[in-house]
Design a protein around this ligand. Structure first.
Ligand code: SAH
Length: 464
């Protein structure tokens, strides 16, 4: 670890003044920061150029005088005229911390980038070395913290005495506060103005039952790029004690969880030893039963070919709380990768997500009719039997000239595209890249951008 040249601290300003000397844009920027506090903010300058009218500040349009610093906690100098010189001297004479905008050598303190969910504040500083980095870090933290978190923090503060009375055990107290500050239900109640009631109910439940209740979140991880994860998924991954994930969820996503969270891979990759669905159900019930917060991470969206139905049934039966977090399903990522509008006016009036695997003849016949009628099919789990499925769709009446587009590793950097017709796919033997694939069938596919796609056999819908 290196050493800091500044000392991070939270400085009390309640009941005091923050004086900003200057009347331009820089003064306005500092004013915007200062009004986040309860200090009274005073702007002093002969030339008030910026528009301060929207801010709760006092504007004094005259030269600075030393007595302006009575009762002042902090001074910002944002202007280099005689006022600035006088204000700097006066602040130094009185020992009031001084910030001279854009002149680091003259500053007693800097203002870090902040993420503010009052009373929660996260300050990010690079001691002026890399403001761009500070901004990027700030954006990430901003995304991680739900907007209502400040209200939840206030709730925690207001319940402190009651918690002390009702829960004596230290770890039990900590579990209560963890539960309080991470519960989406409490946050929602706080935003709706019912936070106090919800928080007290939670406290009473903890006091009665001991350990906080476990919980399972079924979370969609998206198609495999970290930045296609939802903000909610990312947040809950940070909260989970255990992450139970499928083989298809890439390491990068699994690693977004808390560093000390337990990680369990339940397999489900072809040819791998994997847990049976019944074992997974039992595992989830057991972990949540121990009071743990479990993130059940599934590729794409959990409700689409994710066996979510069975897991939900098991959790319901065991009386364990659960919530579902949607994700970007593979077919949608494939549509995005290839700019394919899966519904398209006058061409495709709908979109069917279907499994190619284990589809029986009746289903195939149904889809062939749908595809011929203009719906776009997205077939999951069909790569290894692609030619066979294409042949059977044709046998059931789908046109051999229907456009087909296949995306292997949709939504990822290593995606691979294939385009052609249903007939071409049925006849050809394509050497697909390794990885999971989505097979699109339907007229709308031809409207996509399949420019870099390899041909499926000779027949291609690509028109240059
Ligand atoms: N719940 C997932 C689907 C799981 S079933 C979702 O909503 O996407 C597994 C099948 O999903 C694979 O056989 C493949 O057809 C598809 N799939 C998953 N990830 C994929 C990806 N990145 N690219 C293409 N297809 C993918």
């Amino acid at each position: 670890m290196g050493q800091l040249n500044t000392f991070p601290l939270s400085y009390k300003i309640e009941g005091k003044r923050i004086v900003i000397v200057g009347g331009g844009e820089e003064a306005l920027n500092k004013a915007r920061l200062a009004i986040k506090t309860t200090a009274s903010v005073v702007i002093i300058s002969e030339d008030i150029e910026a528009d301060f009218s929207a801010l709760p500040v006092s504007v004094i349009a005259r030269p600075f005088v030393a007595s302006d610093l009575d009762g002042t906690a902090l001074v910002f100098v944002a202007g280099h005229g005689a006022d600035g010189v006088a204000a700097k001297a006066a602040a130094r004479a009185r020992g009031i911390p001084l910030n001279v905008v854009d002149v680091p050598e003259e500053c007693d303190f800097y203002t870090p980038s902040i993420v503010e969910r009052a009373p929660l504040t996260v300050a990010i500083s690079t001691e002026g070395d890399a403001p761009v980095l500070a901004r990027l870090v700030r954006a990430r933290i901003e995304a991680l913290l739900p907007p209502g978190l400040g209200k939840v923090a206030r709730l925690a503060g207001s319940l402190r005495a009651k918690v002390e009375k009702l829960i004596q055990d230290g770890p039990a107290k900590r579990r209560f506060y963890e539960d309080l500050v991470t519960s989406p239900a409490i946050e929602a109640a706080a935003n709706a103005g019912d936070g106090a009631q919800a928080a007290e109910a939670l406290l009473e439940a903890h006091a009665r039952n001991g350990a906080g209740a476990g919980m399972v979140w079924l979370i969609g991880a998206g198609p495999g790029s970290e930045d296609l994860l939802t903000l909610r998924a990312q947040r809950l991954l940070q909260e989970a004690d255990v992450i139970v994930h499928d083989q298809l969820v890439p390491d990068g996503v699994v690693e977004m969880g808390r560093r000390d969270a337990e990680r369990i891979c339940v397999g489900k990759a072809k040819g791998h030893h994997s847990f049976s669905q019944a074992q997974i159900n039992t595992l989830l019930v057991r972990l949540a039963g121990e009071g743990k917060k479990v993130a059940r991470l599934k590729s794409g969206d959990p409700m689409i070919f994710g066996r979510a139905g069975e897991e939900i049934a098991a959790l319901r039966k065991a009386g364990i709380g659960y919530a579902i977090v949607p994700g970007v399903s593979a077919a949608l990522a494939a549509a995005a990768d290839t700019a394919t509008p899966v519904t398209l006016r006058k061409v495709s009036s709908g979109f069917v997500m279907a499994t190619a695997h284990g589809a029986d003849d009746g289903e195939l016949q149904h889809w062939a009719a749908l595809a011929a009628s203009g719906l776009t099919l997205a077939l999951y789990m069909g790569k290894s039997i692609a030619a066979e499925v294409a042949g059977r769709l044709i046998a059931h009446g789908a046109g051999a000239s229907l456009p087909v587009g296949i995306v292997v590793n949709a939504g990822r950097a290593d995606k691979a595209l294939y385009a052609g017709t249903l007939g071409g796919l049925a006849d050809g033997t394509v050497d697909f890249a390794p990885g999971p694939a989505i097979i699109f069938v339907g007229e709308a596919v031809a409207a996509g951008d399949w420019g870099e796609a390899a041909d499926l056999a000779q027949a291609s819908f690509k028109v240059a």
